[in-house]
Design a protein. Structure first.
Ligand SMILES: *Cc1c(COP(=O)(O)O)cnc(C)c1O
Length: 495
């Protein structure tokens, strides 16, 4: 399996090269040249556990990894790291819907599923293509990626990691999770600005040839733990395949029966993984893209025009406060039949004018698979309350956006196809907003007191990783601006 760049189809690299490098030199993203078809294997996959399914699915994409290497990666990532070794369990809510709980890992958000595996994929890849070089991971985070990446890469030999987070764009629990991070190879820095500023800054550091040369002379190279890295996306395909298999194995659906999938979306990585699962032959009918009031994707899916020229809103679902969804570039590349010229024009227009409009063919293809919807903070809270009142189920703010948009979809279309809704974080990561939705008077200024009350009301335990934060001291207090990010990077590397 070879990988192309979305901005230059003539680029052709192995999976190991794509994963080590993170992003193509032309600023394009790596995509598989063809998408493997697993429809004939689904019956067999249904009989395996999560780890077995992961090995099979990854094997189709990482053809330059040996079977032993893949096994070591997958087992290292998932054995003993998730609550009761359940990486992606389903919870039924109502007649037709299932929440796919992706937050049972060490940092309580779905990012763990990919970021527990990525360090293994990356170090195995680096051995193949750039042996001996130290990998420097730069991360821009809207809150959850940062912590999950720090936890995945801490003390991994021959790597160091630096995370930038928007100063006022993360929850108190998320901030504390990052600033108290342990490990000898980790750094964390706040940036004045929002996630898009952090992500743009990191992207331009990555693709600066002078910096790359400087690093290379010092025996280092940059890579990315953001979902622009193929190694971040490919582990996420597995849980959609696995969810389908679980529904069949549990008798909830018949083999071959179609399902819909709803994903609370920010950078478009998670829903793109569901798209790949669909293209691989998993019987998925519709992909429902749920946004908060930063509804640039809703408008795009409905009109074919992507326009980031709008106010940026800070919401109670901060991991979705994004106006430039990087991974949309991969989807559009596939939808325009790998036309790197057209795609590059749209992306240039996005950089220069902040907008682009796709052609009719691409818009039709987009709308034949995707449905977009959004809701604001008030509706998100109402949904948290409703789900709790109806099903005694506590969902976080991001998951609630997805549940709300799913409700809108059913009301609009009358489509009662069985549906998997991605549940992306533990409610205790956003205790203040979640408790505010259920019993506003109980919210305390101290997030730990609030979490304790939420636990009492719901009967759900606070995850240990969050409980233990209370005892930890912050280690990182650094701040920078978009213009001084590069200095921070060089400073960390002692250059
Ligand atoms: C990152 C994140 C999202 C958005 O996922 P994308 O892959 O960026 O679309 C949604 N919910 C939570 C809790 C997240 O951490």
């Amino acid at each position: 399996m070879q990988y192309q760049s979305t901005r230059d189809s003539s680029v052709s690299v192995s999976a190991a090269q794509a994963i080590s490098q993170g992003i193509s030199k032309d600023k394009g993203l790596f995509v598989p040249k063809s998408i493997p078809d697993i429809s004939a294997e689904l019956d067999a996959l249904c009989k395996l556990d999560y780890i077995g399914r992961a090995k099979k699915v990854l094997g189709h994409f990482l053809t330059d990894f040996t079977e032993e290497e893949l096994s070591a990666c997958v087992e290292g990532a998932y054995l003993g790291k998730f609550d009761e070794d359940e990486v992606a369990p389903l919870s039924k809510v109502g007649e037709d819907a299932y929440l796919l709980e992706l937050w049972h890992g060490p940092t309580c958000a779905f990012k763990d599923v990919a970021l527990q595996l990525l360090p293994y994929l990356l170090t195995t890849s680096a051995k193949k293509v750039v042996d001996g070089k130290k990998i420097v991971i730069l991360v821009a985070t809207s809150g959850d990626t940062g912590k999950a990446a720090l936890e995945g890469f801490k003390d991994v030999e021959n790597t160091s990691i630096l995370v930038f987070y928007p100063e006022d764009g993360v929850s108190p629990m998320q901030k504390l999770q990052m600033t108290t991070q342990e490990g000898g190879n980790v750094s964390v820095c706040a940036i004045e600005g929002n996630f898009d500023d952090a992500q743009n800054g990191v992207k331009s550091i990555f693709t600066d040839p002078a910096l790359a040369k400087k690093l290379s002379e010092n025996g280092m190279m940059f890579s990315s733990a953001n979902s622009i890295n193929w190694g971040r996306l490919v582990p996420q395909i597995v849980y959609y395949v696995s969810a389908y298999c679980d529904l069949v194995a549990d008798g909830e659906i018949k083999a071959g029966e179609k399902i819909n999938v709803v994903v609370p979306t920010g950078n478009f990585g998670n829903i793109l993984a569901a798209y790949y699962a669909r293209e691989m032959g998993v019987p998925i009918a519709r992909l429902i893209c749920a946004s908060n009031q930063n509804n640039v994707l809703t408008d795009f899916i409905r009109t074919g025009t992507y326009d980031r020229n709008r106010d940026f809103h800070t919401s109670i679902s901060p991991s979705m406060d994004i106006l430039i969804s990087s991974n949309l570039e991969r989807l559009l590349y596939h939808l325009c039949d790998n036309d790197d010229k057209v795609l590059s024009q749209w992306m240039t227009s996005l950089t220069e004018q902040g907008r682009y409009t796709v052609d009719e063919k691409v818009k039709e293809r987009l709308q034949s698979v995707f449905w977009g919807g959004y809701c604001d903070d008030a509706a998100t809270k109402e949904t948290i309350w409703e789900v709790f009142a109806k099903y005694s189920y506590l969902c976080d703010t991001h998951t609630a956006v997805a549940v709300n948009v799913y409700g809108q979809y059913v009301a609009k279309t009358g489509d009662h196809t069985k549906t998997v809704i991605a549940s992306t974080a533990s409610p205790f990561k956003f205790s203040g907003s979640v408790l505010d939705a259920i019993d506003p008077k109980a919210v305390d200024a101290d997030d730990f007191v609030t979490a304790g009350r939420l636990s009492e009301i719901s009967g759900c335990p606070i995850p240990r990783a969050l409980r233990e934060l209370k005892e930890k001291q912050p280690r990182f207090a650094g701040r920078c601006t978009r213009d001084t990010m590069e200095q921070v990077v060089l400073g960390m590397l002692g250059m």
